[in-house]
Design a protein around this ligand. Structure first.
Ligand SMILES: CC(C)(COP(=O)(O)OP(=O)(O)OC[C@H]1O[C@@H](n2cnc3c(N)ncnc32)[C@H](O)[C@@H]1OP(=O)(O)O)[C@@H](O)C(=O)NCCC(=O)NCCS
Length: 152
């Protein structure tokens, strides 16, 4: 695993990095305007970044804290750095931080065909609690609704 560390998003340069990882990772990436809204709602919206010596933003996770729940909106790692354990480390960090902030459960949605992400979540104790039919576009696909209980 390459050497990396995890920090909170802090400035506009970080946001540029998040948008770059978004565009490398998703067919419908979130826009700068969507993230600008997130950043105006810092009590609910949290963004953690993975940094390496080479990459100012090597990956990120954007999540909400809603009452005692962590809602993971986006998580992605630069393609060149995937499958080396960094996504697992980031998700562990997010869940630990959510727990420190008072969360007891965590939830997210994932494309049914996203084998890498499903494997990651399954290993981290998430289970399938429901399906949203045809939730995603480009391509149209079901979303699986995942939960993890008892963060501690
Ligand atoms: C999902 C994602 C964040 C995982 O990050 P990562 O750094 O590659 O994750 P890890 O290296 O910690 O791997 C986690 C598990 O997924 C598995 N995995 C990784 N890539 C895989 C692939 N292409 N196919 C199947 N499993 C894969 C790993 O083997 C590991 O399981 P294991 O330890 O039992 O072998 C990354 O693949 C990514 O950025 N994908 C694009 C964005 C995305 O789909 N985000 C999720 C939206 S819900």
């Amino acid at each position: 695993m390459p050497s990396f560390w995890i920090e909170r998003l802090s400035d506009e340069q970080d946001l540029d990095g998040v948008l770059a990882v978004e565009s490398e990772s998703f067919t419908n990436p979130w826009t700068r305007e969507m993230y600008a809204w997130e950043l105006q709602n810092r009590s609910m919206c949290h963004i953690l970044l993975v940094r390496t010596a080479e990459w100012h933003v090597a990956g990120f996770c954007a999540f909400w804290l809603v009452f005692d729940e962590v809602h993971i909106n986006n998580i992605a790692i630069r393609p060149a750095l995937r499958a080396q354990g960094i996504g697992t480390a980031l998700l562990k960090h997010v869940l630990a931080e959510g727990q420190q902030l008072g969360a007891r459960r965590a939830t997210l949605e994932v494309r049914a065909s996203n084998a890498a992400a499903r494997r990651l979540y399954e290993r981290m104790g998430f289970y399938v609690a429901g399906v949203r039919r045809n939730y995603y576009s480009d391509p149209v696909e079901d979303a699986l609704i995942l939960w993890r209980d008892e963060l501690c």
